[in-house]
Ligand binder design. Structure first.
Ligand code: DX5
Ligand code: ZN
Length: 221
């Protein structure tokens, strides 16, 4: 199982996003949180900023859409050149159609689940996806406390993915730090978003490397 660290720029300095991305050279991708103040009670950034980031970095752009009407807005992020586009299943009217559309535009298709959303009702969709994002806090803000109650869902997602025999990534997002990453690895996550833990560190890239070391140690245990 490969390990990927995808820091969230939500905790970066928005006045100099390009330079902030340069500070995480070891990261496997850049996680970008798009919020619309409807699906979540917070407003961040949208397509123009993603397009600017695309022009600035070759890193994998991992777009996390916390917006209503994902069916309408998500494809534009794939068209902008994001390698991965995550929609919340709670905000998608036709998740199968949307996943297929994202893939047809050349992006990895990913589905996110809020903490109280179970994975079982979506078992039949998993074959349409390249990643499942298990939220480990309520979406909307950085710096929240990790919710241990999400761990069984990570495990369950892995169980449901196993028979597919495909390398579908399982990403966790929210409260991921050096003190919580190992229990997520142990439950079956392989892709880790960390916002405040990385950009709140004196040396963000050193923290990325540290998180990777902890995660890789977890997979070989
Ligand atoms: C929260 C966002 C996260 C956020 C995580 O809704 O989806 O990506 O940046 O921040 P931390 O790592 O500080 O919990
Ligand atoms: Zn996120």
């Amino acid at each position: 199982m490969g390990i990927r660290i995808t820091p969230s720029v939500l905790s970066a300095d928005f006045t100099r996003l390009g330079e902030e991305v340069d500070r995480i050279a070891s990261a496997d991708g850049v996680h970008v949180d798009v919020m619309d103040n409807h699906f979540v009670p917070n407003l961040t950034l949208g397509l123009p900023v993603v397009e600017a980031l695309r022009a600035r970095t070759d890193k994998l752009l991992d777009i996390h859409l916390m917006i209503e009407d994902a069916d309408r807005w998500a494809p534009a992020y794939a068209e902008a050149g994001a390698e991965s586009v995550t929609f919340h299943v709670e905000a998608a009217r036709a998740p199968v159609r949307l996943a297929r559309e994202l893939r047809s535009l050349g992006a990895r298709a990913s589905m996110a689940l809020k903490p109280a959303t179970p994975v079982e009702p979506y078992a039949a969709l998993l074959g349409e996806l390249d990643m499942v994002l298990i939220m480990t806090v309520e979406p909307g803000f950085g710096g929240q406390k990790f919710l241990d109650l999400c761990l069984p869902k990570i495990r369950r997602t892995r169980e449901l993915l196993a028979p597919l025999g495909k390398d579908v990534w399982v990403q966790v997002d929210g409260g991921i730090s050096e003190s919580t990453i190992e229990r997520c690895v142990e439950a079956g996550a392989d892709t880790f978003v960390a916002g405040s833990a990385v950009f709140g560190a004196d040396d963000p890239d050193a923290m990325v490397r540290h998180l990777r070391t902890l995660a890789e140690a977890g997979t070989s245990a």
